[in-house]
Ligand binder design. Structure first.
Ligand SMILES: Nc1ncnc2c1ncn2[C@@H]1O[C@H](COP(=O)(O)OP(=O)(O)OP(=O)(O)O)[C@@H](O)[C@H]1O
Ligand SMILES: [Mg+2]
Length: 323
């Protein structure tokens, strides 16, 4: 069952770049994890912020719909959105301190969410906050209720943010690079916590990540973005075994694998074009090893891929895994 459906989402940077994010369409299904991947600057954060109604004022949505549980969030009032955020839709960002309130104890922050969204009294809400800190693996939860965010390590702060995200029994969690700011061992712990919560609570997750290992371990579906477009959307196995866009194949080829010699590791030449400088035709064209004119002049989504050459069977790509 579809829980979140993003339909033709288009975000403009007025005066500079129409289609900063263009015609982005994908779904997040109930109880499943969808990864949003792509290099830096491809529009992953703008897309997830648009879903939450949290876009910066300098950009604007010019087309599309974001339907969550039957309601188009793009037509909701700020008040309705505040009810949804932190309620049925939880958020986890890269920098915990950007969303935690530095002047409030972690117990009060989590309890306040329950009071606001679920109408609980302070005592009940605080007891629940303690259970939530326990659930996300914070030792001495009862004592930690009275701690301020700055008294905790980055990993612990991220656990608090996850506790806040799940505090009001959400159905969907949107996590934008939730572990990038943490060191590697803590990253793995936070991801396995997220995965356990997802399974135990039956959550749907939209996970923005750079890490294809995380995609393989954690996600069911993948949306690959390039320069504001969706290059490909597909199931995880298909991505690794049978990528359907040259950009996806290039991302996979750039990931080191055990036993692979360094010389086989390919980098993608060039860079993601910046806003205002998108090339005509396929936006990946100038970096694509398979670019041919005129086939690549007017790419359109065909099923799972935006690459017309792959869609027509003219081009078959190699996966990172075989079988
Ligand atoms: N407030 C803004 N004003 C103008 N341009 C913006 C703004 N926010 C993002 N952009 C531009 O939109 C494009 C997409 O940005 P976005 O932050 O969504 O990328 P991203 O895929 O999340 O990258 P990263 O992996 O680095 O987080 C980039 O070209 C960026 O420069
Ligand atoms: Mg981002």
């Amino acid at each position: 069952m579809t829980l979140l459906s993003v339909e033709g989402l288009t975000i403009d940077l007025p005066g500079t770049q129409p289609g900063l994010v263009e015609d982005v369409t994908f779904e997040v299904n109930e109880g499943r994890c969808t990864a949003l991947i792509g290099e830096s600057g491809c529009g992953k954060s703008l897309t997830s912020l648009a879903v939450l109604g949290l876009l910066p004022p300098s950009v604007r949505v010019s087309a599309g719909a974001v339907v969550f549980d039957g309601v188009d969030l793009l037509t909701c009032s700020p008040r309705q959105l505040r009810k949804i955020r932190g309620g049925p839709v939880g958020m986890v960002f890269q920098e915990p301190m950007s969303s935690l309130n530095p002047s409030m104890t972690v117990g009060d922050q989590i309890a306040e969410a329950r009071r606001l969204h679920l109408g609980e009294g302070r005592k009940v809400a605080l007891a629940r906050a303690k259970d939530l800190l326990d659930r996300v693996g914070i030792p001495n939860a009862a004592r930690r209720l009275a701690a301020y965010p700055h008294e905790m390590s980055g990993g612990m702060q991220q656990r608090v943010m996850i506790a806040a995200a799940i505090a009001c029994d959400p159905r969907l969690i949107i996590a934008d690079e939730p572990t990038t700011a943490l060191d590697v061992t803590i990253q793995a712990e936070i991801l396995s916590l997220l995965r356990d919560l997802q399974r135990d609570l039956g959550l749907a997750v939209l996970l923005v990540t750079h890490d294809l290992g995380v995609v393989a371990d954690f996600c069911d579906d993948v949306v690959v973005m390039y320069a504001g477009h969706i290059a490909e959307r597909t199931g995880v196995d298909d991505l690794f075994y049978r990528p359907a866009h040259p950009y996806s194949a290039a991302l996979l080829a750039a990931v080191p694998q055990a036993g692979q010699s360094r010389s086989r590791l390919t980098v993608i030449p060039g860079r993601v074009p910046t806003a205002g400088a998108f090339p005509p035709g396929c936006r990946f064209g100038p970096r694509c090893a398979h670019f041919t004119a005129p086939e690549c002049a007017r790419p359109q989504p065909h099923g799972r891929t935006r690459c017309g050459r792959v869609a027509s069977g003219d081009l078959v790509l190699e996966g990172a895994l075989h079988g």
